[in-house]
Design a protein around this ligand. Structure first.
Ligand code: GFB
Length: 313
């Protein structure tokens, strides 16, 4: 098989590169093609056309996306909408034209309707997403529709994964655009260095579920090598493992041995209060890494990468 991965240098793609040869069903005869933005701009149709012409894949794992945390989504809404809509449309169009057997896409629990409980795969379109990320959310919802049409009318096995907030090594740790966990890790590191209070944006009360990028990589590999029906699949630890932003900040501080004051700057938005989901049983056999252990691994990775100037900041 020829397996094409877009967004391979990102948070999930990098974990997949570290994991794919370790997977029990890995077949060394398969050809894995890992593409990053250096290989082509996926918002440009002619570049997508030539990538598919060159690589002729059988399976596409589409991880490329313009992603970011709450504040990037609020302040760069048009890029989040246009870039993701264009990338998703062109990649799924050329996957169709090249008659691939299987497509694996990455949605997110933030695209679900805001304020609905419990959130299940079937409720994806039952109301507007939270206004803070509507650009990103509707672009991803259109990919979900695109994938469903490819399933029903073009017989392509389309597996659409819906992870909760993803974190881990190789993330974007930029203080403004990053998701909450990498942003807190970077900010706590600097607060310790500069001997200043560790500032948390917002009230710290919102609640989130987090999935480690390495665990998600295992779910993707299972989806590549096992035959699972087309559909949407929530990927998350159970809801009992939900954390408040304050609890996450305190875990980061203890991993950094940061003992000074933690302060909350409520002039910043809290965004969506919660988006509670339960994991899809299709992947219940894949264990989740202990959250505290995974945060420690991510903090240690960040410190090493920061000090050798390879962290995305
Ligand atoms: O991961 P995050 O940025 O996005 O988390 P969402 C936001 C929550 O963390 C808010 C608080 O309640 C923020 O107030 N927070 C505290 C911070 N300090 C910080 C900080 O320094 N940076 C950030 N970013 N947040 C995202 C969607 O929603 O979920 C994306 O916007 C994406 O599109 C992602 O899908 C999975 O969880 O609110």
């Amino acid at each position: 098989m020829k397996i094409l991965v877009t967004g391979a240098s990102g948070l999930v793609g990098s974990a997949l590169i570290n994991e794919y040869q370790l997977y029990s069903m890995y077949n060394p005869m398969d050809e894995w093609i890992f593409l990053s933005s250096k290989d082509g701009n996926l918002t440009k149709e002619d570049e997508v056309r030539s990538l598919f012409k060159k690589h002729q894949p059988n399976i596409v794992i589409h991880l490329a996306a313009n992603v970011g945390g709450l504040f990037k989504n609020m302040h760069k809404k048009i890029e989040m909408y246009e870039d993701n809509l264009l990338m998703n449309t062109f990649v799924l169009k050329y996957a169709r034209l090249h008659k691939v057997q299987k497509i694996i896409t990455m949605l997110s629990t933030c695209i679900f309707p805001d304020g609905i409980e419990p959130l299940t795969e079937a409720k994806l379109h039952e109301g507007p997403p939270h206004p803070s990320n509507e650009g990103y959310a509707y672009a991803k919802r259109m990919m979900e529709l695109h994938g469903r049409i490819l399933e029903k009318d073009h017989g392509i096995n389309c597996i659409q994964l819906i992870p909760t907030n993803i974190y881990g090594p190789y993330d974007n740790f930029n203080l403004d655009d990053a998701h909450v966990l990498p942003a807190l890790i970077h900010r706590c590191y600097k607060a310790k260095q500069d001997q200043v209070p560790f500032i948390i944006k917002g009230s710290g009360k919102p609640i989130r579920q987090f999935i480690y990028n390495y665990d998600l990589a295992k779910i993707i590999l299972y989806s590549v090598y096992e035959s699972i029906p087309s559909g949407r699949y929530i990927c998350s630890p159970p809801s009992q493992q939900e954390q408040t932003i304050e609890q996450v900040a305190r875990k980061v501080a203890s991993c950094m041995d940061y003992e000074q004051a933690i302060q909350f700057d409520t002039s910043y938005a809290d965004g969506q209060y919660k988006k509670t989901v339960e994991p899809n049983i299709a992947f219940s056999h894949i264990p989740f890494t202990d959250f505290d252990e995974a945060i420690k691994q991510t903090v240690d990775w960040f410190i090493a990468a920061y000090e050798n100037h390879t962290a995305r900041i």
